[in-house]
Design a protein around this ligand. Structure first.
Ligand code: NAD
Length: 305
């Protein structure tokens, strides 16, 4: 099996690489333009004969013929910068992905595309926990771009034999979620930011009143979902929520990490609550989360705090 991971040098891409190298015998090509990712994230696999790294733009891909599966993770996934650097985000989050479909159509070769989607498309949902048929309510350009590509997949699949799975991640945490070299790191996952500040002995900065709630999901659980989506025996052409199926307030999260925190201004464009209904992924993908955030925080704070 030959697979491509775009965005391999990022947080989730590098964890997916770790997972696939360990759990499968697949031959893996990883592509990244290193705009926000870092070679450090994949350095441990340098010299591994099952892994090849290509530094390039997604739009530099001219053929996908050799691949059986394509995991598309490359993106600029931060809500706040997407309000300002609009065209850059449209290119990164939509046009890159569209390019992959165009290559498939041109070559008449349709490897399964496992697309990293986002729960941001639900905005602040009406229904809690939130299932995949929740009305879309994009609060940011980023959310809209992630949704637009889902819609392109649906539309293009009416004319061409696309084979795709969208995984709508909720709030991922885990190793490498905070990359100090990433120019957008101030907007990365709150878990990574809080742990980084704790390590630097800085107080945690909580946006708004901290009552906003998040469904935190460990990155290894995301990697496992990607794997199950890739090996599922049937064409699925649908979206799955990938969350923990529970929710925790940002204030409670802060208290689990440090006694030193203060409140700063609320940020617009971010949901009040995320809470995944994961019944569909459990039933069809046979996927289930297996990590607890409490255990992760305990190990991180004790080992590295
Ligand atoms: N981290 C989250 O909170 C979260 C939540 C929901 C969904 N997602 C989705 O998961 C995916 C991965 O997110 P992440 O947190 O690992 O982000 P990340 O920023 O850590 O990784 C993205 C990677 O894509 C690369 N990249 C960006 N533009 C590129 C381009 N034009 N060509 C090639 N490479 C490019 C970057 O250099 C980076 O290494 C994204 O599609 C994101 O939308 C992330």
């Amino acid at each position: 099996m030959k697979v491509l991971i775009t965005g391999v040098a990022g947080f989730i891409g590098s964890n997916l690489l770790d997972y696939l190298l360990e759990k499968t015998d697949w031959q893996i090509t990883g592509l990244d333009n290193l705009s926000t990712g870092t070679p450090d994230n994949i350095a441990v696999h340098k010299g591994n004969r099952r892994f090849e790294f290509i530094e390039n733009e997604c739009t530099g891909i001219t053929s996908l013929k050799q691949f059986d599966k394509v995991f598309h993770l490359a993106a600029l996934p931060r809500i706040q910068p997407s309000f300002e650097l609009i065209s850059q985000h449209i290119t990164a989050n939509l046009l890159n992905a569209v390019h992959l479909i165009e290559v498939m159509i041109r070559e008449k070769h349709y490897p399964r595309l496992i697309y990293s989607g986002s729960s941001a498309i639900y905005g602040t949902p009406e229904n809690i926990p939130t299932a995949e048929d929740e009305p879309v309510n994009c609060l940011s350009p980023y959310a809209f771009q992630k949704y637009e590509f889902e819609k392109y997949l649906e539309l293009i699949a009416t004319r061409f034999p696309l084979d795709y799975v969208t995984l709508r991640y909720f709030n991922p945490y885990g190793p490498r979620s905070f990359n100090p070299a990433n120019k957008f790191n101030a907007y990365s996952s709150v878990v990574g930011i809080f742990l980084n500040r704790k390590r630097n002995n800085e107080e945690l900065l909580i946006t708004g009143d901290g009552q906003q709630k998040r469904d935190f999901i460990h990155v290894s659980d995301l990697a496992h979902a990607n794997y199950l989506a890739a090996i599922h025996p049937h064409k699925l052409n649908t979206a799955f929520n990938i969350g923990n199926g529970s929710t925790l307030s940002v204030l409670d999260l802060a208290k689990m990490i440090s006694a030193k925190y203060r409140f700063i201004e609320k940020r617009e464009g971010e949901a009040d609550i995320t809470f995944a209904d994961i019944t569909k992924a459990k039933t069809i993908l046979r996927w289930e989360p297996s990590h607890s955030i409490a255990a992760y925080l305990k190990s991180e704070v004790q080992v590295k705090g």
